[in-house]
Ligand binder design. Structure first.
Ligand code: GLN
Ligand code: ZN
Length: 756
């Protein structure tokens, strides 16, 4: 019989208990013992839940108080020098200091960096290494969690981040090569494996997600060296790959001396035959057949034939059945979603349901009758024809798209002339990115409105008053292009999703973004369409209050896609086009209502890049096309802006230029305008607003600093290309800081203008 396993479970808890426990601890309201008790209770609950749902073996050490990469760094003593003193006194404080920084009792410790975990919306803590890093086994977390699970009577498999991925995910602070540290790291891994063996672990899972990336020869060599060194070190080793196909690394993965291989058959179902052909005799295949990255129920008619094929080749005993990757990336339990239409709920599966699906497949493979599979088949058959899933009008509109739809009537130079004539802006025009402070009063009004304590009309009056306040404040500050401030928005994706057909919202569908931070992504369940204008009333209200140009504010199609759970029955490109058309209607309605400038935010464009370089061009082509569809309908004199937050622009600059936005704003203040190099080298022709101060910090910049940044920008940009704006939206800041900073920003722009 095939074993049902999983490589990781969400940590946060179905009521976000871990978040609450962490934040109470950080505020000093509870002690370390209380935090540890909550963490232990969650682990036990999750193991039991996985077991009850049908897992034969549960993962341990997938749990983390903050992040599993940070855990790995601490476990192997890769702790930067600046944290050592604190660590000697209080290891837990040092752990959180590495994650979040630490400012107390005259001590000011900078946190480690954080970055996205592969192409997910989970962020990990980047280990800081240098040529002098000395690794050793400095903790017993995996051992302790193994003991805990066994004490609860469960069969458990410790999960470890593999040594090569660990090094590739780290950064060095001295310019040395992280992979050069491998030989120093392997003895520590060996010690750990030996300890796990002594503790009675039969298997250990070594995650090497780097195996689905383009690997350098050095990285491939590192894999060979690492796994040769770990070959005789203790428990059997399951080498886990996920988030894509092994591709050109399949031969390498098969060559490594391990006892089992986990592969992702959701992202890369087509690799199964090649994997079966390559897998050495006797090795276990852990088949990741249920999507660990998305919320959809799996299709038995797609999954079972795959499993049967695998079983024929290797036998049931060597075939394990699992989700494609850790379930960290999906919410815990669909049963919480009592408000969902039961019809739609039957199309979905969260972590618990996904384990149950694996159980169903194992049982069916073993010859049992599994009624749940037939129920699922029926539900999915209904999904395929459900009217909210498939809309003829939307399909026809996408099918009728022509290349003209994604092009402005004229080139940028011509548009620029008519826009200049219409808008009559000074050189170095000043503006903001859209949002103004979301005050406590605003949040309270929104909460009251949602809870039914504040009627819609009253809530609307609060928002209208806020728009007026924002407009008056901007006039007083002397900004050139104004915004309405986005007081009506809780979140830049949710706000639009709630007004579009095709989106669905969950009650408890939280997933961890980083540390205690969770997001509740909307679910794109059906064809997307816009039943009515979404922002026009707010923008026209704001424009009616001032003679200055008002900038309309929308979230772009790629970002709407990227920050949602996207349907799995239509290519992402197609879903993106549908969203783009809905936004295009909004842009045209804003234009018709007299709004002369529309900003379409695309902060997530870069993060949508596929893991393999070879897949970049196809992605960038449809992502750029979607943006252009949303913007392409307006007349020359309507100015299109986009905002892209912080991104590495060098290798996507061509695509960014192809967006053909009249003005792009980006985050550049912390890099001291260095990011502009990519635009300058490319001779980027349209206008750019490189952020002149960091909105992530409460610090109000000096006017001279802003002037200096503008001077740097003018070294690489022409004066008529340059706009002046903050790095990003202001919603997380307080009014006092915002007014202080913008006053200096405007003064700096005036001073630099006078010298042009
Ligand atoms: N217009 C949005 C704001 O100002 C943009 C936010 C973002 O870039 N993430 O808040
Ligand atoms: Zn931003």
């Amino acid at each position: 019989m095939s074993l049902v396993t999983l490589s990781g479970f969400p940590r946060i808890g179905r009521r976000r208990e871990l978040k609450k426990a962490l934040e109470a601890f950080w505020r000093g309201e509870t002690d370390a013992a209380a935090l540890a008790a909550t963490a232990a209770a969650l682990r036990l609950r999750h193991w039991r839940l996985a077991r009850a749902a049908g897992a034969d073996v549960v993962p341990v050490n997938d749990f983390s108080l903050y992040d599993h990469v940070l855990d790995t760094a601490v476990l192997f003593d890769a702790v930067p020098e600046r944290f050592r003193a604190l660590q000697a006194q209080d290891p837990l404080a040092a752990y959180f200091a590495m994650a979040r920084g630490h400012k107390r009792d005259g001590l000011d410790l900078r946190a480690l960096e954080m970055t996205k975990w592969f192409d997910t919306n989970y962020h990990y803590i980047v280990p800081e290494l240098d040529a002098h890093t000395r690794f050793r086994l400095a903790g017993d977390k995996p051992l302790a969690e193994l003991r805990e699970a066994r004490a609860a009577g469960l069969a458990a498999r410790p999960v470890l981040l593999g040594p090569v991925s660990f090094l590739l995910l780290a950064k060095t602070t001295d310019g040395s090569e992280a992979l050069d540290l491998l030989d120093g790291l392997l003895p520590a891994y060996r010690d750990l494996l030996a300890a796990l063996h002594r503790e009675g672990a039969e298997w250990v899972q070594l995650d090497e997600p780097c195996l689905v990336l383009d690997l350098s020869p050095a990285a491939r060599a590192a894999c060979l060296r690492a796994y040769a060194a770990l070959a005789d070190a203790g428990p059997k080793r399951l080498l886990a790959s996920y988030f894509g196909a092994l591709g050109d690394n399949l031969g390498l993965a098969a060559e490594l001396p391990v006892d089992g291989l986990h592969v992702d058959l959701v992202r890369a179902p087509d690799q199964l035959d090649a994997v079966l052909d390559t897998l050495p005799a006797g090795r276990v295949l852990s088949a990741g057949v249920v999507d660990g990255r998305n919320v959809w129920a799996s299709d038995p008619d797609a999954v079972l034939p795959r499993l049967e094929r695998a079983r024929e080749r290797i036998g049931a005993g060597r075939l394990w059945i699992a989700p494609s990757c850790s379930l960290l990336h999906v919410p815990i339990d669909l049963d919480e979603e009592t408000r969902l239409d039961p019809e739609v709920r039957a199309w979905l599966a969260f972590a618990r349901q996904k384990i149950a699906e694996c159980r169903d497949y194992a049982d069916a493979l073993a010859g049992a009758a599994v009624p749940a599979l037939d129920a699922r088949r029926r539900a999915l058959a209904r999904r395929r024809v459900a009217p909210q899933v498939r809309r003829a009008d939307v399909r026809a509109r996408v099918a009728a798209l022509t290349p003209e739809a994604s092009s402005r009537a004229s080139g940028h130079a011509q548009r620029r002339r008519v826009q200049d004539a219409r808008l009559a802006l000074p050189p170095l025009p000043t503006t903001t990115i859209g949002s103004f402070p979301q005050t406590d009063a605003l949040r309270r009004a929104r909460a009251d409105n949602r809870a039914g304590r504040l009627p819609d009309a009253g809530y609307r009056r609060v928002l209208e008053a806020e728009v007026e306040r924002v407009v008056r404040a901007q006039e007083a500050l002397g900004l050139d292009v104004l915004v309405h401030g986005e007081p009506e928005r809780n979140d830049m994706v949710e706000y639009f999703g709630e007004q579009l057909d095709g989106y669905l919202f969950t009650k408890q569908g939280w997933v961890q973004s980083y540390g205690s931070r969770c997001v509740k992504p909307p679910v794109i369940v059906g064809d997307v369409a816009r039943p009515a204008p979404m922002t026009v009333a707010w923008s026209t209200l704001a424009q009616s209050l001032t003679p200055k140009p008002m900038k309309g504010m929308l979230t772009g199609p790629v970002t709407m896609l990227q920050w949602s759970f996207v349907r799995d029955d239509l290519p992402r490109a197609e879903v993106c086009r549908q969203i783009a058309l809905a936004l295009r209607d909004e842009v045209l309605d804003l234009e018709a209502a007299g709004i002369g400038i529309v900003q379409i935010d695309e902060p997530a464009l870069r993060e949508g890049l596929p893991l393999r370089r070879a897949d970049w061009p196809a992605y960038l082509a449809w992502a750029v096309e979607a943006f252009r569809i949303s913007a392409g309908g307006v007349a020359d004199e309507t100015q299109i802006h986009t905002h892209m937050c912080y991104a590495e622009f060098n290798d996507i600059i061509e695509a960014v230029a192809a967006l053909d936005a009249d003005v792009i704003s980006i985050e550049t203040s912390r890099s001291r305008m260095e990011l502009l190099g990519a635009f300058a080298d490319f001779r980027y022709p349209n206008a750019i607003g490189p952020g002149v101060y960091d909105i992530h910090s409460p610090r109000v910049p000096e006017q001279a600093e802003i002037e200096a940044l503008l001077a740097r920008a003018l070294e690489v940009l022409a004066p008529d290309q340059l706009w002046v704006n903050p790095d990003c939206g202001l919603k997380t800041r307080g009014w006092a800081e915002v007014e202080g900073a913008l006053r200096r920003m405007v003064a700096a722009a005036h001073a630099v203008r006078a010298r042009l």
